[in-house]
Every structure is written in structure tokens, then in C-alpha cells.
Design a protein around this ligand. Structure first.
Ligand SMILES: Nc1nc2c(ncn2[C@@H]2O[C@H](COP(=O)(O)OP(=O)(O)O)[C@@H](O)[C@H]2O)c(=O)[nH]1
Ligand SMILES: [Mg+2]
Length: 334
């Protein structure tokens, strides 16, 4: 049976997982339904606490997400999981590996798992992922866990859209310099050295701790009265369920810190502004790229710039002061 958007939204709000899955698919396609869906769920957002889990491939991110979800369920909380894995050969569906490992949650309605398919468009995956997180928030999830691999722009964008970022490393991930280079130092709220059963784990833990101490001594807090978050460095063994309780505790204490310091509110406000800017940017690019195919004047402007006959600044002023960007008007003209 086919449902209208309003029906789907109503069912989703009432806890219908099938409706939620349908809405997620619509949002993933970045079609015309996205705007009305997001407008409808807007007033219900802000309850969920979102946790980004990132690190190199094979570090144990999925295993840790799995363990955290179990602990959260034990604490009586509901969980949403979003997994982004660009290396997955599957498109549109779930990652087989994730599905297999997540079996303990398969029949638990308190855990909703979704894998995102990789798509080409400009920042499309990061945008779709943040929208899916919103749907899970509107669905009433207490925690949303987002797993990404590596530190490409998409991953950094997704991590920037979460409340707490957990960076997972392994003893063999290399030295601290690599951590710095990959920009992980800037985004981590919590560091985890997983596979602590392996050689080199202690060295990695010590190195990370020293790097953080150096960072703090180089950047002492400007106002000592302001509460400061000390990034913890934890050791886990996801396969042996060791250290996961401590990780969950660290996440909860970061949550409390964000609330008490007002930082959660500041971060979320900054994120909404950033999202607005990025939407406008994206839409301007999308419209121009489409209209240059159909509008002769615009095509000529682009040609002149690409031939070097007109400078991009002048052309950009012309475009921004013209009707080219308005919805609907110019597409028919050829
Ligand atoms: N030795 C060891 N292996 C682990 C540990 N945690 C995960 N693994 C294994 O590492 C592999 C990759 O784990 P996975 O969770 O898929 O990593 P992801 O790619 O980061 O999501 C799997 O074979 C896990 O069983 C650990 O603490 N110790
Ligand atoms: Mg994984």
C-alpha cells in the first residue's frame, strides 16, 4: 500500500520502523521530499545525543559500536546506528559484515541499524547522513551512533555533525605524528586504543597521553574559571568486551560536561548555521550547473570565463545580481 508523506511521518512518529526506513530512503535520494520531511520533523529535534565513531579501517569501530549499543540498551536507552563505509561494494543496502556482526541486536526493536550507500554528488553523503540522524532523533532514539572510516572530507563533515567524537586507533596505527597529520587531534573528544591485547598498545597509549599533555601546556585555558574537557585516552578490547563500560562512562561524562558548560548548545547552534550555509552553497551550485545547460545567456557567461575573456569576480557578481538563481524561471529558456 502506498502512503502519503504525511501518513509516513505520522506512522514514523508513532514508532513504525518501516515508515522510518521509507523516510530514510527518501532523504538519501536527495529528492523533492527532503524539504517537507525536514520541515515536518524540525520541531521534534534535539532529544538524541549523537556520537561519532571514527578511525582507520579494521580498527574495531563496528565491534565497539556493537558493544556500546548493548550497554546503552542495558541502561534502558534506545539506539540508532548509522554506518558509512565507502569501501562497501553494496549500494543502497546494508553492509553484509555489519549485519552479521550486529546479530545480537537484530531482533531488538530498541536498536535501529542503517548503512548508508556512498554516492558521488558534492557532499551528498554527509548531507544525507545528517538528515538520517535527524530522522532517528525525531523517531525518539536516545543515542545515535555514527560510524565512519578514515578522515576524508565526508567523514570530517559527519563527525562535525555529532555531539561527541570518539577516535579509535590500534597499536599498529603508527605513531602520534600520523594522528596529528590526519587531523584526528582536532576532532577527538575521546581517544580509544582498541586491540589493547596486541603488542605496542601501551606505547600508543603513552604517546597519545603525552601528545595531549603537550597540547594542553601549549594552549592553557584563557579563562581558568571556564571548565575544561580533558580528552581521555582509553584502552579497549572489543573482542573480549574489555574497557567498553569505561568508554560508555567517558561518553556520558562528556555529555554531562557539554550540558553543564553550555557547550552543547553552542555547538548545536553553530552547526545549524553551518548547515544553512552549506545548503545554500550546494543549491546555488546545483542550480547553476543545471541551468548553464539550458540558458544561453548563462552558458555564454560561463564560456567567457572559461576562455579567460571575463574574470570570475565580475561574472559572479552578474550571476548573484541576476534572475539566474531564482527557482523555476529560467529552465525553460533556450
Ligand atoms: N585482537 C583484537 N581484534 C579485534 C578487537 N576488536 C575488534 N577486533 C577484530 O578486528 C577486525 C575488524 O573489526 P571491525 O569492528 O570490523 O573494525 P572496523 O573496520 O573498524 O569497523 C574484526 O575481525 C574484529 O573481530 C580487539 O580488541 N582485539
Ligand atoms: Mg566497520
Amino acid at each position: 500500500m502506498k502512503h502519503t508523506l504525511a501518513q509516513l511521518l505520522e506512522k514514523m512518529s508513532a514508532g513504525d520502523e518501516v515508515a522510518l526506513a521509507r523516510l530514510i530512503t527518501l532523504v538519501e535520494r536527495e529528492g523533492a521530499e527532503v524539504a517537507p520531511i525536514l520541515a515536518a520533523i524540525g520541531p521534534r529535534l534535539g532529544h538524541a545525543f549523537t556520537i561519532g565513531i571514527t578511525g582507520p579501517p579494521g580498527a574495531g569501530k563496528s565491534s565497539i559500536v556493537d558493544c556500546l549499543a548493548a550497554l546503552m540498551r542495558k541502561a534502558g536507552k534506545t539506539v540508532g546506528i548509522v554506518a558509512i563505509d565507502p569501501s562497501s561494494p553494496f549500494s543502497g543496502g546494508a553492509l553484509l559484515g555489519d549485519r552479521i556482526r550486529m546479530t545480537q541486536h537484530y531482533l531488538d526493536r530498541g536498536v535501529f541499524i542503517r548503512s548508508m550507500a556512498t554516492r558521488g554528488s558534492h557532499g551528498g553523503l554527509a548531507r544525507a547522513t545528517t538528515d538520517v540522524m535527524k530522522l532517528l532523533d525525531a523517531f525518539g532514539r536516545d543515542y545515535i551512533l555514527v560510524e565512519t572510516v578514515g578522515v576524508g572530507q565526508t567523514e570530517l563533515d559527519v563527525m562535525g555533525a555529532t555531539d561527541t567524537v570518539v577516535v579509535i586507533l590500534v597499536p599498529e596505527a603508527g605513531d602520534g605524528v600520523q594522528v596529528m597529520k590526519a587531523g584526528l587531534m582536532e576532532i577527538a573528544d575521546i581517544f580509544v586504543v582498541n586491540k589493547a591485547d596486541r603488542d605496542g598498545a601501551q606505547r600508543m597509549l603513552t604517546e597519545l597521553t603525552l601528545m595531549l599533555e603537550l597540547k594542553y601546556s601549549n594552549h592553557p585555558p584563557r579563562e581558568p574559571a571556564q571548565p575544561q574537557w580533558r580528552i581521555p585516552v582509553l584502552a579497549t578490547q572489543a573482542v573480549n568486551s574489555i574497557g567498553l563500560k569505561e568508554l560508555f562512562d567517558a561518553i556520558e561524562s562528556h555529555h554531562r560536561f557539554l550540558l553543564a558548560s553550555g557547550e552543547l548548545d553552542r555547538r548545536r547552534k553553530a552547526r545549524r548555521r553551518e548547515e544553512l550555509l552549506s545548503r545554500v552553497e550546494h543549491e546555488v551550485r546545483r542550480r547553476l550547473t543545471a541551468r548553464v545547460q539550458t540558458n544561453v545567456t548563462l552558458a555564454r557567461l560561463f564560456a567567457e570565463v572559461s576562455e579567460g575573456k571575463l574574470d570570475p569576480h565580475t561574472a559572479s557578481d552578474v550571476i548573484l545580481n541576476s534572475e539566474f538563481l531564482k527557482n523555476g524561471t529560467k529552465e525553460e529558456q533556450v
